[in-house]
Structures are given as C-alpha cells and as structure tokens.
Write a protein that binds this ligand. Structure first.
Ligand SMILES: *Cc1c(COP(=O)(O)O)cnc(C)c1O
Length: 381
C-alpha cells in the first residue's frame, strides 16, 4: 500500500477497534511475580501508545525499527551517545544548529574526535580514518537549502565501515527515502512536518540495523528522553494528514518560489537545487519535490523587517512545517549563536528570511507577499 493509505490506517488494530489510538497513561503495570518478560512494565522503558507510534514511524520509512524521543534533539543525542571514546565522526557543517552545537561541545568531552565537513560532496577516502564510526548529514540544509548526494555518501561511508546518518526533517519519508539510498539510520524532528501543527515536541530515530536499534532503545532507557503518551497519541493523529498537508504546502511553496524569483525586490531564492545544476539533478534523483521551506534574500535597501511587518498571513516565528506559513530571520534567531564567518560559510546573510510555507489558499499567500514586497520597495524609494 502507498504511504497516503498507510499513514491513515497504520495506527489501527487496538483492542476495542477505536479509530483514535488510546492514550495509555500508566507509569507502571501489574505483572505476575517473577514475570520479567512482560512487554509493558514501566513507562520510560515501553508504553503501548509510544510502541504504536514507533510501529507507524518505522512503517512510513519502510524499515523494521523506530525509537521515539521527547524531541528531535533527544533523537540526535541518542545517535551520538552510542559512540565510543576514541571514535571519529564526520559531521556536515550545515546541520541543524542544535546538532552542530552537540557535536562541537559535547562529543569532545567524551573523547570523540569530530571533523566538520563544509561540503560533503568533496569527501574522499582520505577523510576517513580507521576510527571513523559515523558520517552525519542533512539534505537539504537549513536555511541555505543545499543538497548532498545521500547514495554516494552511503557508499563512501560503508567502504570505510562507517554508518551514514541522515536528518530527514525537511523532507520526511513522503518526499525523500534515505534508506532506499543506503542510509543506516534516519533522525527526524517530529515537531516539524510530521506533527505539522506546532502543538508538540517529539523526535524519531529509524533504522534497518538491529544493533543500531538496540543502542537507540538503550538511549531511551538510559537518558529517559521519551515522549509522553498523550504527545505520542497526538502525533499519531497528525501523521494521518502528513501526505495531504505536505503536498499542499509543497504546491504553495513552488508557486511562491516562482513568484519571488521574478520579483524585483528579491535578490535570490533558496530552494533545493537552486545552487547548481548538479545539486538540482541530485535532489531530483533522491527526492520527489522541493518540500515547503524556502529562503529569500531581499535586494539591497529592501528591509526584511519591513517585509515582516507588512505580511498579514504568515506568522513571524521560528520552527517550520506548520500548516500556517511561518517566516523567520535566521541571522537573529535560529543561527544567532554562529559567528559571522560561519554564518557567511553557511550562506546566511543579514538580508535572508526563511519561509516555511503553509496550507493557506495560494492566491491569498501570493497577494499578501505582493503587497508586502511592494510596501517595502516603496519604503526604499
Ligand atoms: C528542529 C530541528 C531539529 C531539532 O528538533 P527539536 O524537536 O526542536 O528538538 C533537528 N533537525 C532539524 C533539521 C530541525 O529542523
């Protein structure tokens, strides 16, 4: 069955046939004395609502295993927490800010050697060591929407006995299927498109590897960053409309991109494939669409603050994936911690705003951007 169908029916099959998955709130379970094998004993270790969520998430990715966490960062931390002292990891320098900070600050404290890779496309055999355990990448990147070749990097990592981890938050399994390209594990912030309503935090790690799964489960138990059952249930409900939402968001994003590309107040538009013909080809091969996040650099003298003030429909807010269009200014929000040099390398200028496109009527969105850009241009004149 196709992903649209699976998203709707995968959470069925509970005891009473309820179409809405039940929330199992119990922190502890009655077991027979001496029954160490009971599937549910204590909520941090396993919970029926969370187990159902994990079954659905694994199903969407087409792999046997998923582990759910309290946030996307907890999922990423779980990946890193299973490295050993003396391991070496290669980390894409344009990963999510929290991932970057974790790799930069926390891993060295545990005797793990980190090399940040500005452009994974330039990686060669010489960049891998005997101790290289993991290559961690994101495609497309945030907010420059640069693309890396997942299949090529999987081959390269595997040749050196390393695992390839992909953060697939921006694409979700609807638009990009890293396991079919050779990835060993995938993390997602379910806070974003999987949830889609800005009403929960959650993360997921999926894998086809039994050993990685055992480590992922150990991280749930040892660090305790698991989702609350009520959150797990809400996420199960929201996943049912993921294909519907994201397709509509993507359609709106394509229309808004095309409008912005032609607009004199706009200097550049970032979307997957904008950077080069090669990246466009890679993205078209490994994903089925541009997703719903765009970057816009305004022309000289057009103030992003003025545009932000004039827009009526989008919310000026960080985060992404919501059914509402969200606009943010990475240089002063999501990427504020970066120094100026790193920001320039990551392609984040002072005049860049990120747009996470929602499901509003496309004509209303285009009209709103048209009036805001016209107003900001007038202010310049
Ligand atoms: C938001 C985000 C994360 C972190 O997720 P949280 O749920 O906020 O912890 C990780 N990766 C990407 C690409 C994100 O956008």
């Amino acid at each position: 069955m196709r992903i649209e169908t699976r998203a709707v029916i995968a959470s069925r099959g509970n005891e009473f046939g309820a179409l809405v998955p039940p929330v199992h709130l119990a922190s502890t379970y009655e077991t027979r004395p001496g029954d160490a094998e009971a599937p549910f004993q204590y909520q941090r270790v396993a919970n029926p609502t969370r187990s159902l969520l994990e079954k659905v998430l694994a199903d969407l990715d087409g792999v046997p295993y998923a582990a759910a966490y309290s946030t996307g960062m907890a999922a990423t931390a779980a990946v890193f927490s299973n490295l050993q002292q003396g391991d070496h990891v290669l980390v894409h320098a344009s990963v999510y800010g929290g991932t970057y900070r974790f790799a930069q600050k926390v891993l060295p404290q545990h005797g793990i050697d980190v090399t940040f890779v500005p452009d994974p496309g330039t990686l060669t055999d010489a960049d891998f060591r005997l101790s290289t355990a993991l290559l961690f990448v994101e495609s497309p990147t945030n907010p420059a929407l640069r693309v890396v070749d997942i299949e090529h990097l999987a081959h390269l990592a595997h040749r050196h006995g390393a695992h390839l981890a992909v953060d697939n938050t921006f694409m979700t399994p609807l638009l990009q299927r890293p396991f079919e390209l050779g990835a060993d594990l995938v993390v997602q912030s379910a806070t974003k498109f999987l949830g889609g309503h800005s009403d929960l935090l959650a993360g997921v790690l999926t894998t086809k590897d039994e050993g990685i799964y055992a480590d992922a489960v150990a991280a749930q138990k040892n660090y305790g960053g698991v989702p609350d059952p009520a959150v797990a249930q809400r996420l199960l409900q929201e996943i049912k409309t993921l294909p519907l939402r994201l397709r509509e968001q993507q359609r709106n994003a394509v229309a808004l991109r095309d409008f912005l590309l032609e607009h004199p107040a706009v200097e550049r538009v970032f979307y997957p494939g904008w950077f080069s013909e090669e990246e466009r080809r890679i993205h078209e091969r490994q994903a089925s669409g541009i997703g719903a996040v765009l970057g816009v650099e305004f022309a000289d003298g057009v103030s992003w603050e003025r545009v932000g003030e004039l827009l009526r429909i989008p919310a000026f807010a960080v985060s992404l994936g919501d059914v509402s269009t969200l606009v943010c200014h990475p240089a002063s929000s999501t990427h504020e911690d970066m120094d100026d040099v790193d920001r320039a390398v990551a392609g984040i200028s002072e005049n860049l705003v990120r747009i996470s496109v929602g499901i509003e009527h496309v004509d209303d969105l285009l009209d709103d951007f048209a009036q805001a850009l016209a107003g900001a241009q007038e202010a310049r004149a």
